[in-house]
Design a binder for this molecule. Structure first.
Ligand SMILES: [Zn+2]
Length: 164
């Protein structure tokens, strides 16, 4: 039996999915670019997540489908790239699930029959982890995982994952 495979969007990285569990993880260069500025162990990302470009044919198919469903305006190029990668990999060995909490992404994935998983998957492979986000400048702590710099003093924030 092969390990479950997942295509991760940036919300999956923010939720800490690649740092736990034992699946095979895939993402695109565009997603990596989005999450790169977070100080979340990039060496870990490189050892556990395989970065792959989707095929141009799948990108076109995703765009065509999103235009029909009316989701195209809500999708970024990054969103389109992970949907296309999901399309490329879903028929591969063991299949793949797309991990995203984005409504438009999930909607288009359903139309394209790409299996979906959520970053808050209950009873699934991963449990929630909590982020400790703090400022080395002024010592304030935050909970919003999307913050990258301190709103008070402008220092780059540091993130630490703690499993609960
Ligand atoms: Zn600060």
């Amino acid at each position: 039996m092969s390990e479950p495979a997942y295509v991760l969007d940036s919300t999956a990285f923010y939720a800490g999915i690649p740092y736990q569990g034992s699946g095979r993880y895939f993402t695109t260069y565009l997603v990596l670019e989005e999450v790169r500025h977070h100080s979340v162990g990039s060496s870990l990302i490189h050892s556990r997540v395989q970065v792959t470009e989707p095929t141009p044919g799948s990108v076109d198919r995703v765009k065509g489908t999103a235009a029909k469903t009316g989701d195209i305006g809500a999708l970024s190029l990054t969103d389109i790239s992970i949907l296309a990668l999901g399309l490329d990999l879903k028929n591969g060995e063991g299949g793949v699930s797309l991990v995203s909490d984005d409504f438009a992404v999930r909607n288009v994935a359903e139309v394209l029959s790409i299996p979906l998983a959520s970053t808050t998957m209950k009873g699934g492979e991963w449990k929630n982890i909590t982020w400790k986000i703090y400022c080395r400048g002024c010592g304030k702590t935050y909970t919003n995982p999307k913050l990258t710099t301190c709103p008070v003093c402008g220092t780059q924030l540091v993130r630490k994952a703690s499993s609960s």
